[in-house]
Design a protein around this ligand. Structure first.
Ligand SMILES: NC(=O)c1ccc[n+]([C@@H]2O[C@H](COP(=O)([O-])OP(=O)(O)OC[C@H]3O[C@@H](n4cnc5c(N)ncnc54)[C@H](OP(=O)(O)O)[C@@H]3O)[C@@H](O)[C@H]2O)c1
Length: 383
């Protein structure tokens, strides 16, 4: 049964917190597999922990069991995602838990993947006590689902989870004067925290050429161990990507059109970047935005923070690729250029019940996630 068993009280809060923290260590590593955390616990003591490894390596449960050894017999496994019940690149985790003699499994999120689901039934059939902690504690479920948002979006839509961030002044300026920023330090620090919890940061070619952004994590974000450094993703239909750009470095993905360009590709590869080809959009606007986002899955990217200018933002919104959006409204007027308005954005962010409005010093941040649930969709508090 997927119920809290009468014999199984919930574990102390810090145990679930630790399982979440362990799972976060796999962010940016495990893709396209989910970044799962697993603990082996006995009498409230954590005996061992494991996080999902890279593709083909052990899942979190197997890693934790390996560390626990014989001590796993009779212990409780705490997992952030329902253990898989299928034989993929690795054997089912349900069987590993059964064979290790684990007595109980506490899980935070049920697995929606039809090929891997069924873990709870398989564990129960093996006589293991299963506690669906997520069903009893919606707050813990929401946090685990937030950490697993890339995997959950992959299963539902066959692509990574995408958060779109756009800044503008109250008078509609989206392009700041050279060397200036539209928003203040608090809002920009928040963007760095969003980056730290994303597998990739995406911009278009025009932004790369105009701003030469670094697309790294600064402002002290990420020092809490939240995720690895995101890989830059540059989207360019023209292929005009200067190899001297600061975001062109080891790990960078440069997504271009289908035509080969051996010299450019070799120059980008020499900088450690990977060139990925996708089809052009039918309407001639540039690249096929859906293909751009989908292709990132093949490069271990499950979560994307898109920080484009208005044109690429429009392509992402029009193709319904935006799962969460943040509009940063600068409290002051910075000068610069008003770019074409984005009516598509107004359809997504209508200030109302499901738009969260947060103040960041002089700026405002409007946030909305698909389905309206901010906490469950990758948007954390602004410090
Ligand atoms: N306010 C903000 O939040 C913000 C954020 C970022 C940038 N900016 C500003 O925005 C300006 C650039 O604006 P932008 O809208 O041109 O930015 P962008 O984010 O660079 O997007 C446009 C570029 O994306 C590429 N692209 C590929 N497929 C596309 C498609 N289907 N539709 C649209 N673009 C596609 C093209 O690159 P190629 O030209 O290489 O083919 C195109 O030039 C810069 O001056 C920058 O300062 C503002």
């Amino acid at each position: 049964m997927v119920d809290r068993s009468s014999t199984q009280p919930l574990l102390p809060e810090e145990v679930y917190e630790r399982a979440l923290a362990v799972g976060r260590r796999a962010a940016g590593v495990s893709g396209p597999n989910p970044p799962v955390g697993c603990l082996i616990v006995r009498d409230g003591d954590v005996l061992a922990e494991g996080a999902t490894g890279p593709v083909g390596a052990a899942h979190a449960e197997v890693e934790a069991l390996r560390h626990a050894g014989g001590a796993a017999a009779g212990a409780t496994a705490v997992v952030t995602l329902e253990p898989c019940a299928h034989h993929g690149r690795t054997p089912p985790c349900t069987d590993a838990l059964r064979d290790a003699g684990v007595a109980a499994v506490h899980l935070l999120v049920r697995d929606p993947d039809p090929t891997a689901a069924g873990g709870v039934a398989r564990l129960a059939a093996a006589g293991i006590d299963v506690v669906d902690v997520g069903a009893l504690r919606p707050d813990l479920h929401a946090r685990a689902a937030d950490d697993l948002r890339g995997f959950l979006t992959r299963v539902r839509d066959g692509r990574p989870h995408l958060t779109l961030k756009l800044a503008q002044t109250v008078d509609g300026v989206t392009v700041p004067p050279a060397g200036a920023y539209l928003t203040g330090t608090a809002a920009r620090s928040h963007v760095h925290r969003l980056r730290a919890r994303s597998d990739a940061v995406l911009v278009g070619g025009a932004t790369l050429r105009a701003d030469d952004p670094r697309l790294d994590v600064r402002h002290g974000a990420g020092t809490d161990g939240s995720g690895t450094s995101p890989r830059p993703v540059i989207v360019s239909a023209s292929g005009d990507v200067p190899t001297s750009a600061r975001a062109v470095r080891a790990g960078t993905l440069v997504v271009v059109g289908p035509d080969p360009h051996p010299e450019r590709d070799a120059a980008l590869a020499a900088r450690g970047a990977t060139v990925v080809r996708v089809p052009a959009a039918d309407d001639g606007s540039g690249l096929d935005a859906t293909a751009v986002v989908r292709c990132l899955l093949e490069h271990r990217v499950l979560t994307v923070l898109a920080e484009p200018g208005p044109r690429l933002a429009r392509a992402l919104l029009t193709a319904d690729l935006v799962d969460a959006v943040e509009v940063h409204v600068a409290g002051g007027a910075a000068g610069g250029q008003v770019r074409p308005a984005l009516p598509e954005l107004a359809d997504v962010v209508r200030v109302g019940a499901d738009v969260d409005v947060v103040r960041a010093d002089a700026d405002l941040i409007l946030r909305r996630a698909r389905g309206g649930a901010v906490a469950a969709s990758g948007l954390q508090e602004v410090a």
